[in-house]
Design a protein around this ligand. Structure first.
Ligand code: FEO
Length: 170
């Protein structure tokens, strides 16, 4: 949770709990799976497609309902901050989804191909996790205090409501 952040205006902690739950789930799955087994592999790939689509939706919700509002507010106040513009600028989510699509092709290939794919996928997921967890921590530690500084409590309550609605009610 963001340090010293009242729960009513904390826009990150609840969605991030869900994202961390998904991370834990795929790390468990990928550590136990036998990549040579086609049904194990297919089950993992389906889980990853759903998970990374959810990560993408999370990012889009943050962009639209948090970062854009923060950017607009800073612009109106003539405050310069490039971090707000760049926090979702890489293609990691798309890269993983493309890799997962390659995994489906491996279901038609040899056991060795599937094992090799497994090594590549494990490494990609570990690399992703190593940046995604700190990214969420940064949002909580850096952007949440900025939101509190530049928005009123009532504005943040509305942002939080919208963020949770978009994550969990659609
Ligand atoms: Fe909350 Fe940008 O991940």
């Amino acid at each position: 949770m963001a340090p010293n952040c009242p729960e009513e205006v904390d826009v990150f902690t609840i969605p991030h709990s869900r994202m961390k739950e998904l991370v834990k789930k795929y790390l468990n799955m990928v550590s136990e799976i036998n990549f040579a087994d086609i049904s194990h592999l297919t089950n993992l790939l389906e889980n990853l497609v759903n998970t990374f689509k959810e990560f993408k939706a999370h990012e889009q919700i943050e962009n639209k309902y948090i970062m854009k509002k923060l950017k607009d507010k800073l612009r109106a106040l003539s405050v310069r901050n490039t971090a707000v513009c760049n926090c979702h600028s890489d293609n990691q989510l798309t890269d993983i989804l493309e890799l997962v699509q390659d995994g489906y092709k491996c279901t038609q290939k040899t056991e060795t191909d599937r094992k090799n794919f497994g090594t590549k996928l494990r490494k990609a997921l570990e690399d992703f996790t190593e940046t995604f967890i700190p990214h969420m921590e940064e949002e909580e530690a850096v952007f949440q205090p900025m939101l509190i500084k530049y928005f009123t409590t009532d504005e943040l309550r509305k942002i939080k409501y919208k963020v949770l609605e978009k994550h969990f009610c659609q």
